[in-house]
Design a protein around this ligand. Structure first.
Ligand code: 5AD
Ligand code: FES
Length: 354
């Protein structure tokens, strides 16, 4: 590691932010030594705030039907090979009941942009879920909606919303999405969500096609400004039935590096070691935690639909039952000196607010 890289890491660790140019340089100059130092500093900050606790969220993939055609995604509209499904309200509530027994206190309802889930339908599901489990947080990850819709869902009890910004660079955004999607609308959604009062998660894929050190620097700068409660980052993994099928997958090493950087930028952030990270390396999620992540999001979807929610190839946990994943993660976390906690896992600064 050269002197300049060390200087940048120290500045980041002390001040929690760098200029866009400095983020870019930090990324370009990185080597193994820099990566190790960042991971050490990042896990120190994680432990100072969260101890050895790892938060967990139960992910329920409620629909693989999507009106959008994002170039990278396996459930894009034009993928005629994708098997489509939609869970009923009863199925969703049953997944949550099962999850509750397993110790989950946050449920993430994620799905494609499926018109079936109108405000009325989704509000009813959220309200029922909250009524069944008042001590749990409900997170939605259902894509772009109107401000009114986000507001209605919030009022029906949703606590959090995950909407990855995907890239903070407009031109890059346009290379990843078809013309009928817009960078401005994505940003509008994120602003509305925050404004309404949600705990909000943004995020991006590492190694998405056309990504550069410069666009990554813009992502970091955006995160610093936006101050999300959560940030989901995982490697891009090509899906065989998408326009990006022949693109290279994102790197484990760069993902870990960026997890550490984000932890140093915002020490109390909720940072998941994602399924995509676990899918490119058998120990990916453990490595993510050891780089500064503090959340895992195992799958609670019915086993019968898991293979159909295929955003990318070789996704893990598509054959396992929810209880198996819970047990598996317990062991994995224990093996690295951490423990999964039975807790809603709110961001420290929002704790007790709802
Ligand atoms: N590889 C990795 N992550 C992907 N996502 C979608 N497609 C892929 C892929 N091929 C991510 C996007 C989206 C989230 C739900 O999954 O960032 O926001
Ligand atoms: Fe699903 Fe390990 S987390 S099998």
């Amino acid at each position: 590691m050269d002197r300049r890289e060390r200087e940048l890491i120290e500045k980041l660790s002390d001040k929690g932010s760098l200029s866009i140019e400095d983020y870019e340089q930090l990324i370009v100059l990185r080597d193994d030594e820099a990566k190790d130092l960042l991971a050490l500093l990042a896990t120190q900050k994680r432990k100072a705030i969260f101890g050895n606790a790892i938060y967990t969220r139960g992910l329920i993939e409620i629909s693989s039907i999507c009106k959008n055609n994002c170039m990278y995604c396996g459930i894009r509209r034009d993928n005629i090979n994708a098997e489509r499904y939609r869970l009923s309200k009863e199925e969703i509530l049953t997944c949550a009941d099962e999850g509750y027994e397993l110790g989950f206190r946050t449920f993430v309802l994620q799905g494609g942009e499926d018109a079936f889930f109108s405000d009325d339908v989704l509000c009813d599901i959220v309200a029922s879920l909250k009524k069944d489990h008042p001590d749990c947080a409900v997170t939605l990850s259902m894509g772009e909606r109107s401000r009114e819709s986000y507001k209605a869902l919030y009022e029906s009890g949703a606590d959090r919303y995950l909407l990855r910004h995907e890239t903070a660079d407009r031109a890059h955004y346009e290379m990843l999405h078809p013309k009928d999607m817009s960078f401005d609308n994505r940003m509008r959604c994120l602003t509305d969500l925050k404004d309404i009062g949600y705990q909000v998660g943004c995020g991006f894929m590492v190694g998405s096609p056309f990504q550069t050190a410069k666009t990554l620097a813009q992502d970091l700068f955006f995160i610093k400004q936006f101050k999300p409660d959560m940030c989901g980052i995982g490697p891009f993994i090509p899906h065989h039935s998408t326009p990006f099928k022949d693109e290279a997958k994102g790197s484990l090493e760069l993902t870990l590096f960026l997890l550490s950087v984000i932890r140093l930028m915002q020490p109390d952030i909720l940072l998941p070691a994602t399924t995509a990270l676990g899918s490119i390396d058998p120990k990916g999620r453990e490595k993510g935690i050891l780089a500064g992540a503090n959340v895992v999001m195992p799958n609670l979807s019915p086993v019968s639909v898991r293979k159909k929610y295929e955003l990318y190839d070789n996704k893990i946990c598509t054959g396992e039952e929810s209880a198996q994943c819970r047990e598996c993660l317990d062991k994995r976390m224990e093996a690295i000196g951490c423990r999964l906690v039975v807790d809603r896992g709110d961001a420290p600064r929002t704790k007790g607010q709802n």
